[in-house]
Ligand binder design. Structure first.
Ligand code: CA
Length: 236
């Protein structure tokens, strides 16, 4: 097929035919170009031919788990920057957490409103294009971010962050010195008032802290509330 590169192409991976048609129709109405896959194998075939701008990925597919597609996307240099929005059903929290750990950018829970999904896709694409709403500081102590390339360093050491961890770290840097509650982080980093439990935040902060290596102590736990990134230049 011929790609029109000025139009955003979304690969939709969903085995429920009615839902696939509904998403196809509505995303085209919203101005996206769509590619459709009714199975994991079809999704991988599309991805082998061309790299879309975004993937909407159902996690329960007949031939392979959606998390496996996500893992392959994020493991390849060719496709690792393609944002992934997961479609999950209630009761699939474990898959969702795995999806985030593999580098998915967002999720919606079925049943969802198509309008909400479209807004979510637009937000993810804005973030992926490097647009940022806040004039964020890009350095706190030894931690430095490059917002355009989504890379992060502690000193000279580059950090192997997932997109979600990058966003989490960016949020801490923007608000250095201020305590962030788990609920606030869920709402700002995951961008929803979520049915994810707050311990998901703990899991990701723990992992982020490990990756910060020598700077890990700057990311403090504030007992009973949440977390704070300490700016060492504030120390008196
Ligand atoms: Ca399914």
């Amino acid at each position: 097929m011929v790609y029109n590169r000025s139009v955003t192409t979304v690969l939709i991976v969903e085995d429920e035919r009615d839902l696939l048609s509904l998403l196809d129709f509505n995303l085209r109405q919203a101005g996206f170009q769509t590619l459709l896959a009714g199975s994991g194998a079809e999704a991988l075939a599309h991805l082998a031919r061309a790299v879309p701008d975004l993937v909407v990925l159902d996690l329960m597919l007949p031939d392979m788990p959606g998390t496996e597609i996500c893992r392959r996307l994020k493991a390849s240099d060719r496709t690792r920057r393609v944002p992934v929005v997961m479609l999950t059903a209630k009761g699939e929290e474990v898959d969702r957490v795995v999806g985030f750990e593999l580098g998915a950018d967002d999720y919606v829970v079925k049943p969802f409103s198509v309008r909400e999904l479209v807004l979510r896709l637009q937000a993810v694409l804005r973030r992926a294009s490097g647009a940022t709403d806040e004039a964020a500081p890009t350095q706190v102590g030894p931690i430095r971010l490059d917002l355009a390339s989504h890379r992060a360093w502690v000193g000279a050491e580059e950090l192997p962050l997932t997109p979600l961890e990058f966003r989490l770290l960016q949020t801490f840097l923007t608000r250095a010195g201020r305590v962030q509650s788990r609920e606030q982080l869920l709402s700002d980093v995951w961008e929803m008032s979520p049915d994810l439990e707050t311990r998901t935040v703990d899991t990701h902060v723990k992992r982020l802290r490990e990756k910060l290596g020598p700077a890990r102590d700057l990311l403090e736990t504030v007992r009973g509330i949440g977390y704070r990134l300490v700016d060492p230049s504030d120390a008196r």
